[in-house]
Design a protein around this ligand. Structure first.
Ligand SMILES: Nc1ncnc2c1ncn2[C@@H]1O[C@H](COP(=O)(O)OP(=O)(O)OP(=O)(O)O)[C@@H](O)[C@H]1O
Length: 248
């Protein structure tokens, strides 16, 4: 479904991805874990063509996304929904207009149809009677829900989540994780979730990929990674200060 082969990416002298190989299975939830600053956000930005590799191949549904003309790349991007770190809502719009935005931009649906779809998407994420509120009146957890409603609206085949629970309290974190799991069960999209929520993320992901020193150090089912014998993976998951991962 999403396949990266021998991907290299540097920013000036800093090598971030160093011959990375990764295949994201279709229709499943895959978590990407790894130390801060290793390039997890850079990696998912490559999947949707927001960053271009210096070298390597990237395919979505068997089609290379490199070297595509803008129009063609936009068509590939329509397969994706995204929930980035700050939920990326527009402050100047209320909740309804934020969620309706992609429908107004990308479809010719009637006002009534847009209204029905927006309210149904908000209901899917457990939000009712908030559509007139402005985003600065919402809590962090509500913002994430609105972002997820917007990401779900165009029924994407793939949703990329970049740290969807960062900065939220433990109960809201769990609620957002459950919501991702429930909406995934309902809609069956391919999910890629960058997350530091260990071990909580293991309860919702089917696969885990650990990024370390520019490569995928281990990719496997959640159980395989949870019980990994690799010293780096073990140290990272357990949060031990002692081990091969050096603090700087
Ligand atoms: N557009 C850019 N220009 C220059 N450097 C960048 C750019 N984007 C990312 N980087 C650098 O690439 C490295 C990896 O960043 P990235 O945000 O992908 O890390 P991460 O693994 O997602 O980190 P965290 O877990 O802390 O969110 C960082 O050193 C960052 O400064």
């Amino acid at each position: 479904m999403i396949k990266l082969t021998n991907v290299h990416k540097s920013f000036g002298p800093q090598k971030v991805l160093d011959g990375l190989d990764l295949s994201i299975p279709a229709g499943q939830i895959t978590a990407i874990i790894g130390p801060s600053g290793e390039g997890k956000s850079v990696l998912i930005k490559h999947m949707i063509g927001l960053l271009k590799p210096d070298n390597g191949a990237i395919e979505v549904d068997g089609e290379s996304i490199l070297g595509l003309r803008r129009q063609h790349l936009n068509r590939v991007r329509e397969k994706f929904g995204m929930l980035f770190q700050g939920a990326a809502l527009f402050d100047s719009m209320n909740v309804f207009d934020n969620v309706a935005f992609p429908l107004r931009e990308k479809t010719k649906l009637s006002k009534d149809e847009i209204r029905a779809r927006v309210l149904s998407a908000l209901e899917d994420v457990g939000l009712k009677n908030v559509e007139r509120k402005f985003t600065d009146e919402l809590s962090g957890g509500m913002k994430k829900r609105v972002g997820l409603a917007r990401a779900l609206l165009l029924k994407p085949k793939i949703i990329l989540f970049d740290e969807p629970t960062t900065g939220l309290d433990p109960i809201i974190k769990r609620a957002i994780h459950q919501l991702i799991r429930d909406t995934h069960a309902k809609f069956g999209f391919t999910a890629v979730i960058v997350s530091h929520e260990i071990p909580a993320i293991f309860d919702i992901a089917q696969n885990v990929a650990m990024l370390y020193k520019g490569k995928i150090l281990q990719f496997g089912t959640t159980d395989e990674v949870r019980t990994s014998s690799h010293p780096v993976v073990r140290q990272f998951i357990s949060g031990d200060l002692d081990g091969p991962i050096q603090m700087v």
